[in-house]
Design a protein around this ligand. Sequence first.
Ligand code: B12
Length: 499
Amino acid sequence: MATVKGDVHDIGKNIVGVVLGCNNYEVIDLGVMVSADRILDAALEHRADLVGLSGLITPSLEEMAYVAREMERRDFKVPLLIGGATTSKAHTAVKIAPDYSHPVVHVLDASRAVGVVGALVSAEHRHELDERNRSEQETLRRRYQEKEASKRYLTLEQARERRTPVDWENYDPPQPARLGVSVVSEQPLAELVPYIDWSPFFATWELRGTYPKIFENEVWGDKARELFDDAQELLQRIVAEGRLTTRGVYGLFPAAAVDDDIELYTDASRSRVLTTFRTLRQQTDRPPDQPLQALADYIAPKASGLPDSIGAFVVTAGIGIESLIEEYEAQHDDYNAIMVKALADRLAEAFAERLHKRVRDEWGYGRDEHLSTDEVIRERYRGIRPAPGYPACPDHTEKRRLFALLNVEERIGVSLTESCAMLPASSVSGLYFAHPNARYLTVGKLARDQISDYARRKQMSVSEVERWLAPNLGYTPSVEQPVEKTPAEVGASTTGNGR
Ligand code: B12
């Protein structure tokens, strides 16, 4: 089992490993950021009965399909299991399973892993599961194709004409107290605790429900309470001993929208462009009264002459996490080793929330907000902070621009992998939009004209953009002529999803 190359998330994989271990399976866990070669070499070396892949972000989906193709090329026969937050039954059926002749099974969560693995290693049940899985995947592929064929797209030009209507004439953009980059060298952990949104914490452990109502659940309320108490104990230790270090960097910049791009300027004179963020616009046809949105719609157009601004940030709560995890692993305490990661993720999100509050204050419009912490967690404030990778901005490579803009690695030690995952894992990045109408949106599927326009704007090749935005393509990209590689060349390949 491994988290694929370029990806750093492993809570889900680790939970599955523990559950399988408890059921007497021997799990060889190769960790995170593992290349196809290493996974498959290890599978041969250990004579594995199954190979399992995990991933959190969409670029990992392409890497998983690559591993499947490599399994086919290297003549593997063992089943391939696919899991992780970014994966789905449909994607596995459409994009991964067709590349490997042997069973490729998507496993939704840890509770299902034991049943699936049990069936796949049993001579009696393997065939039955394989048949059922193949026929289900066939149906999913057909449905996917039908759905895709029925989608209608507007041209990019038409879509731009239907951008989000914003009354710029009557808008007075708030002016930040200070422009430029600021570093939060350490945000005290104790101040972040009240900003923790606990509901996703329970989801990590497969307990559905919102905090604190979850404690009233008749079936798993007691379990949730027990988990919460354990988490509080560990959290107190982390805070008291300062076992995790938080760091953040953020900046506010003069900005203007030019079509779907957002230009950032070096100073208030707006004479020199510092960098440009590229946004993507919805293109699937919808009723005439509905706009086709892009995040750039929430920044005042350059032609308006309004002095608007945009913000950008990266926060981490994962510095120092390794020593804590190693401590628990040395005691064979898998439960707390996973709990540490779950808490660091919560602290990273809490830090993002806390920093957003501070930025709204510095921007001016947040000072008369008067929201309780709970209302802040429920995002009742003005403005949004979309994160590259989320449905409003599905292109992970925009993080490279963001990291360069804020000089993130040098300032706070957070780096990007070849798939644009952030290291340490418990990190969050995003942009700040202050307009009161700004909303999270889903870009959805895109047509060929937008992809080639976007590629031109980003100075990337169309095929490269197609690889990064694979889940958003509303068409099948033209197949590139495969280049025959010798095994040695394949082994030497180090490029990630830019492959
Ligand atoms: C918690 C969370 C985070 C946390 C933790 C992430 C981390 N440590 O890596 C934080 C807040 C830090 C975070 C950050 C980001 N996130 Co986030 N995050 C989530 C969230 C809400 C839950 C994921 C999770 O931990 N689930 C709990 C675990 C236990 O579940 P799991 O991983 O799916 O594993 C289960 C199954 O999948 C299965 N399984 C997993 N692996 C395997 C392997 C095998 C072999 C098998 C059989 C089964 C199996 O069993 C597991 C246990 O049940 C999801 C949304 C969602 N609801 O899924 C978004 C989500 C994963 N995040 C997303 C994104 C984009 C990001 C960011 C890039 C955003 C940003 N710019 O800051 C960053 C990236 C972080 C990084 N380091 O690079 C996207 C990813 C999809 C995409 N478009 O790329 C999601 C899907 C949100 C969305 N709807 O867009 N995130």
